[in-house]
Design a protein around this ligand. Structure first.
Ligand code: TGC
Ligand code: FAD
Length: 392
């Protein structure tokens, strides 16, 4: 890939709304992405390989558990810092941001929020340092948008639980050391269990042939009479609200992350439009290309304002699940539309790995689907404003 010349768009001077700590975190993450992610990511995406060597660096910059308290190995930062980190990392690649979202919000968060002190002490420091990589098993072959129907289950065998079932489309699965798995007990109540690699009957086959998130490893979690120690059940929350509560945190990170992908596409297209000459002029001098760029920066600015405000609400513990859904849906849809327009602005070069746009565009097709599809988030907003759930 050509060298990383990224310059962040800030049309409404939103940096003025950020604290010194926010700016430090944002700039340190940006510098790390320029140094360690952009030089290698295209090659890994082209080969559909997981850049495992990035894990120590991600841990070092605090991207594993940014808002988890320092006593458990987290960075102890606020929600806006977490958002800014996800923005910068997804500016590099959605797959790398996925690895962080899963580790922080879908593995560390439930252990922190729903686990007991022994579980926090056992797992969180190792997850924060990158010694352990985690995965989150909610989706099943026949239960995606409707996770409440899951059939993965466990039985109380006296001194242990016996876990059976299968999860699919699981980020990090092929490389994970631990998995937070959602399964039903004998009364059909959903609980979270921490399953460790090496437990007999637990396998993680990789999912191949993806055209999207190629630098993120995806797989299945298969449980064939896995004996799970009783102390691995997360005791402090059960029911479908438990996994959905983790999704609130991950969706918040995605709302910020997708803005990063959009910023990279816009910045690339803007630079190209000033350099590429056709009919004796830079293509950026033609009205049709200016329309595209003007609309892109308008949409990016609106999304930046939205996620910043959501971050303020989240810091004040006032953000609702429906507000988070709206921002996740808006940011990803905006980013995907910008990626498609930006790709066209580069003409033939738009499909080349010399530029990051096509990779962002393909990645965003997963991002618009996981953590709740575009349609499901629309229905969540619809339910919030009308009081009627149209899911079923
Ligand atoms: P419903 O009856 O509405 O709710 C069941 C219980 O959950 C509570 N709840 C929430 N709690 C916290 N946060 C939320 N966002 C919540 N949404 C609902 C609700 O209050 C209720 O609690 P209680 O105490 O009354 O029982 O549930 P439903 O079955 O009708 O489903 C609602 C629906 C469709 C919105 C939900 O199932 C949904 O969000 N579906 C989408 C599934 C999804 O997002 N899956 C993501 C899998 S993980 C993933 O994709 C990771 S990708 C990671 C990466 O690589 O970055
Ligand atoms: P379905 O639920 O079958 O939906 C198919 C279509 O029907 C969609 O367009 C949907 O919007 C629509 N639809 C469904 N229900 C309704 C309705 N009531 N009304 C209107 N339309 C509806 N899951 C995890 O648990 N952990 C992970 O780490 C994880 N990582 C992922 C990584 C990748 C790369 C991908 C692609 C997925 C990942 N997922 C993960 C799974 C992801 O969350 C699901 O794919 C997603 O929730 C959608 O489920 P589904 O694919 O079964 O689609």
């Amino acid at each position: 890939m050509a060298s990383d010349l990224f310059q962040s768009p800030d049309y409404y001077q939103l940096d003025d709304l950020l604290s010194e700590e926010h700016l430090l975190v944002r700039d340190a993450t940006r510098a790390w992405v320029k140094k360690d992610v952009t030089p290698i990511i295209e090659d890994y995406a082209q080969r559909a390989a997981f850049p495992e060597q990035l894990i120590p660096g991600l841990a070092e910059i605090g991207a594993f558990g940014p808002y988890i308290p320092v006593e458990y190995g987290g960075a102890g930062l606020d929600q806006i810092s977490y958002g800014l980190m996800m923005q910068e990392i997804e500016r590099g690649d959605s797959g790398v941001r996925s690895t962080c979202s899963v580790q922080s919000s879908l593995v560390m968060y439930p252990i922190y929020a729903y686990g007991n002190e022994a579980q926090r002490k056992k797992y969180l420091p190792k997850l924060a340092s990158g010694e352990f990589l985690g995965s989150f098993g909610l989706t099943e072959p026949n239960f995606g948008s409707n996770p409440g129907g899951m059939i993965t289950n466990f039985k109380d065998m006296g001194d242990h639980y016996l876990l059976n079932g299968a999860k699919m489309w699981i980020s990090n699965a092929p490389f994970c050391d631990v998995a937070v798995v959602w399964a039903k007990d004998e009364n059909d109540r959903i609980h979270g269990l921490v399953v460790e690699r090496g437990m007999e009957g637990f396998t993680t086959p990789e999912t191949h042939n993806k055209w999207s998130l190629r630098a993120s490893a995806t797989g299945e979690l298969v449980f064939d009479n896995v004996k799970v120690p009783k102390e691995n059940l997360l005791p402090n929350k059960s029911g479908l609200g438990a996994p959905l509560g983790c999704l609130d945190s991950a969706r918040f990170g995605i709302a910020w992350g997708a803005v990063g992908a959009a910023m990279d596409c816009y910045d690339t297209a803007l630079r190209y439009s000033k350099e590429r000459i056709q009919f004796g002029k830079p293509i950026g001098a033609f009205q049709l290309q200016q329309k595209k760029l003007a609309e892109m920066i308008t949409e990016i600015t609106k999304a930046q304002l939205m996620v910043w405000r959501l971050g303020v609400l989240k810091n004040e513990k006032k953000a609702t699940s429906a507000q988070i859904s709206m921002a996740k849906r808006n940011s990803v849809d905006m980013a995907l539309k910008i990626a498609r327009e930006a790709r066209q602005m580069l003409g033939g070069m738009g499909i080349s790995g010399e530029y990051p746009i096509m990779r962002h565009m393909m990645n965003l097709e997963s991002v618009i689907t996981y953590e709740g599809t575009h349609d499901i988030h629309l229905l969540i907003t619809g339910m919030d404003v009308t009081g009627h759930a149209a899911f079923k």
